[in-house]
Design a protein around this ligand. Structure first.
Ligand code: SAM
Length: 292
């Protein structure tokens, strides 16, 4: 039975193993059963599912995942947590703990081994310092993903959902929305963690699109255009693109592409929608690769 959602049991385990929290690994353990149940519900896990958990900590959410899913693989970077996980997960036969850095794990291989290469569910209370590389790594590597249900810093969750015109809108919003449908399912106050983080948190579910909402000639080029546009937020789009230095056409040609979109020549990147970025990147692509 899942027991660690109860703060008393968490404290007992931490004391038994003389565990010291490591700030560098973003360790804030969940101690609220309502939040844990909310995450499992939001992730829509069934008995047929394979779940990858990133950063199990002492195994609090892992216990819930083991009870809901067919098979769980939990990847934890902190070697000091491995003996604790052997203890707290000893009652479950459907979990594999890997002592590794998630950014170095071949997730494609895991999906092949444990889920016949079918789309997997990812669930995590993420270490906040690497939220963006983890999410982008999962999407850009084209690992088969069904959904990603994750606890992140509240501002980051907001950023993922935002559209043009908002202060929070940026490269992460566009990347997430290109690959998935983002939905904030819970907001979580610092008191639900041990130790308490300084910021509010939120659980967001990213449901992978079967097909991206826009079509582009080159995904790589579109993301370069997006990164270039937000790299210097205060500059106009034309200057931002030109200063980025990744495009083989000059400032005038870039300006022509922007004008061909039918938007003012001095527009800033933060005003463009995903559709407009896709069209702009195709226009740049065509100028960079003229058909003779
Ligand atoms: N899931 C647990 C919970 O909810 O109580 C712990 C969450 S804690 C916010 C983040 C966890 O991720 C920690 O256990 C930390 O050691 C682990 N972690 C940090 N960086 C990691 C990485 N690069 N790869 C795998 N795990 C990592």
């Amino acid at each position: 039975m899942a027991t660690l959602g109860n703060p008393k049991n968490t404290i007992e385990i931490l004391q038994k193993y003389h565990f010291n929290f490591q700030k560098k690994f973003g360790q804030n353990f969940l101690i609220n059963t309502g939040v844990l149940e909310g995450i499992i519900d939001a992730a829509q896990i069934g008995k047929e599912d394979f779940v990858l958990e990133i950063g199990p900590g002492i195994g609090t959410m892992t216990q819930y995942l083991c009870e809901a899913a067919r098979q769980v693989v939990a990847v934890e970077i902190d070697t000091n947590l491995i003996p604790i996980l052997s203890d707290t997960l000893s009652g479950y036969s459907n979990v594999e703990v890997m002592n590794a850095d998630i950014l170095k794990v071949d997730i494609q291989k895991l999906a092949g081994e444990y889920n016949d290469g079918n789309p997997i569910k990812v669930v995590a209370n993420l270490p906040y310092y690497i939220t963006t590389p983890i999410i982008m790594g999962l999407f850009e590597s084209h690992v088969p993903i069904d959904s990603i249900t994750i606890m992140v810093q509240k501002e980051v969750a907001d950023r993922m959902q935002e559209g043009p015109g908002s202060k929070e809108y940026g490269a992460l919003s566009l990347a997430v929305q290109y690959y998935a449908k983002p939905e904030i399912v819970l907001t979580v106050p610092p008191s639900c963690f041990m130790p308490q983080p300084k910021v509010g948190s939120a659980v967001i579910r990213l449901t992978r699109h079967e097909k991206p909402p826009v079509e582009v000639k080159s995904e790589k080029l579109m993301f370069q255009v997006i990164r270039a546009s937000f790299n210097q937020r205060r500059k106009t789009l034309a200057n931002g693109l030109n200063n980025f230095g990744a495009f083989s056409i000059g400032k005038e040609a870039l300006q022509e592409c922007i004008e061909a979109l039918g938007v003012p020549g001095n527009i800033r990147g933060e005003a463009l929608s995903l559709e407009q970025f896709a069209r702009l990147s195709d226009l740049i692509y065509e100028k960079q690769n003229p058909i003779d």
